[in-house]
Design a protein around this ligand. Structure first.
Ligand code: FRU
Length: 497
């Protein structure tokens, strides 16, 4: 049997453009029933090139409908990553009476200059009076010029309720600069953050600053996402986060958080190799005040070489972000948005399964293993390795699981199918240290044709990776290293789209 690229690799429930190259999510906002997702897009090729903002809309962050390109390059340059806000009070004056509430996009203009690796990166705005469908560039762009800062990009704007102003976080080299504005046009530099703090193995990109309630308390803290490339925990691109306070001028990292960060930097939104440039939706929160986000599901180490031709890259599933505090201090938790559960159909459930040797849990004839949500619980934790295995008759296998001996989660895609397109794709398994000390290990596993998203311990540790099997995976099994154990529960939901 041979499969078409569409059959084998086009995701069932992760956003991909119909054709050509995509990277970072951009300009995400919610308004009037629609979640908007713009994205770094090269409409003329399946590799990175002159960037545009592609566009897609959704009513639930799961099923997306691609829209016409929203923002095109202009004389100031191509259109790099950025954000969009709903300018409810028309603070910008860019709204028109009798039209919809203005949406203002804030993005980086990237202008290539003579010489290798030489460019000018400035910040510009564009406005939409038709709910984000079409944008008009502001006549006095750029709104933030650049005096020779090499990497200066990815403006993310948030409304600061306490101080009644817009606050922008902007990546500059390997730090973040904060700006304020009353009208989205005139910006004042406030401060910068990052020297000597966190990972500095690469350039800082795509920041996001927002306030989050600490679940179950009256307290709130400020969260700062910073993508870094390279320098991720398992190589290449990844996104770290910081917890602290914002006083209107400075982001002040929480002292205890900083201490733990210095001891062991395990504050990454995802430890897998394929979650980058993630940012949150503006103008919407979950019922408990959480934020909603998604990320680019790839890695600059190999993104331009992955074995799809018609399109390249997908986004992660949309996730909610919550902040909790326990004996180990502040920590973010990530889980798939609740809207995903409305796609559940056929369910398989079992409890107290005694596992002695490799045991089949599901075959794809019963539940399609490329459109699946799995929840499991293991209370019987021994110093052994628990390994889930996805496999097909072609001999491809994806291994993932947990080693309770060294308290480490892992994904091993070295035999998962096509891997030779890049040395960096499968040179070693990805790992993540388990930070939870819960006696039960619980996890949610999302499987699509070319991706796995693992949410362990209610989202305390997350791993996302992509893979390219030679044929669809047909079987899911579980085994442990020479020890018997009880799989306390497993629930496998087919997701119907
Ligand atoms: C991150 C990034 C951004 C930039 C964009 C260009 O992946 O490098 O910093 O704005 O991609 O496409």
């Amino acid at each position: 049997v041979s499969f078409s690229e569409e059959e084998l690799y086009r995701p069932n429930f992760h956003f991909t453009p119909k054709a050509n190259w995509m990277n970072d999510p951009n300009g995400m906002f919610y308004y009037n029933g629609y979640y908007h997702l713009y994205f770094q897009y090269h409409p003329d090729d399946n590799v990175w090139g002159p960037m545009h903002w592609g566009h897609a809309i959704s009513t639930d962050m799961i099923s997306w409908t691609e829209q016409p390109i929203a923002i095109y390059p202009d004389k100031l340059g191509t259109i790099f990553s950025g954000s969009a806000v709903v300018d409810i009070s028309n603070s910008s004056g860019l709204g028109e009476v009798s039209k919809a509430t203005p949406i203002v996009a804030i993005y980086t203009n990237f202008k290539k200059l003579e010489g290798d690796d030489n460019s000018k990166q400035t910040q510009s705005i564009a406005f939409s009076n038709d709910e984000g469908r079409t944008f008009t560039k502001y006549e006095n762009n750029p709104v933030i010029d650049n005096n020779n800062i090499k990497d200066f990009r990815d403006p993310k704007v948030t409304w600061d309720e306490e101080r009644n102003k817009w606050v922008m976080s902007l990546a500059a080299g390997d730090k973040i600069m904060f700006y304020e504005s009353k009208n989205l046009k005139d910006w004042n530099l406030l401060s910068d953050f990052g020297k000597g703090i966190g990972g500095h193995g690469g350039v800082w990109e795509c920041p996001d600053l927002f306030k989050l309630p600490v679940l179950g308390t009256d307290e709130s803290k400020w969260v700062l996402f910073v993508s870094i490339n390279p320098g991720g925990p398992n190589g290449g691109s990844a996104t770290q986060y910081f917890i602290g306070d914002f006083d209107g001028t400075h982001f002040i990292i929480d002292k205890e958080f900083e201490k733990r960060l210095n001891e062991e930097h395990n504050y990454w939104i995802d430890f897998g190799r394929d979650n980058y440039a993630g940012v949150s939706w503006s103008n919407v929160r979950t019922k408990d005040g959480g934020k909603l986000m998604l990320s680019w599901m790839s890695n600059w180490d190999y993104a331009q070489k992955v074995p799809t031709q018609k399109w390249r890259s997908a986004m992660t599933v949309a996730r909610k972000v919550q902040l909790k505090k326990d004996n180990n201090g502040y920590r973010l938790f990530f889980s798939p948005v609740n809207e995903l559960s409305k796609y559940r159909s056929t369910k398989y459930k079992n409890e107290n399964i005694k596992i002695k040797e490799e045991t089949k849990l599901m075959a794809s004839e019963a539940i399609d293993l490329a459109s699946t949500e799995i929840n499991f619980k293991i209370s019987d934790l021994k110093k052994t390795v628990y390994t889930f295995k996805l496999s097909n008759k072609q001999g491809d296998q994806l291994l993932f699981g947990y080693n309770h001996g060294n308290k480490t989660f892992f994904i091993d895609r070295s035999k998962s199918g096509q891997t030779a397109f890049s040395e960096k794709f499968a040179n070693k398994p990805s790992t993540a240290v388990r930070t939870s000390s819960n006696d039960n290990l619980t996890g949610t596993i999302l499987l699509d044709k070319t991706s796995i998203e693992l949410f362990y311990d209610n989202g305390e540790t997350v791993m996302t990776e992509i893979f390219f099997p030679n044929a669809p995976y047909e079987k899911l099994s579980i085994t442990s290293e020479n020890k018997e154990f009880i799989l306390n529960s497993i629930e496998i939901n087919k997701l119907n789209f």
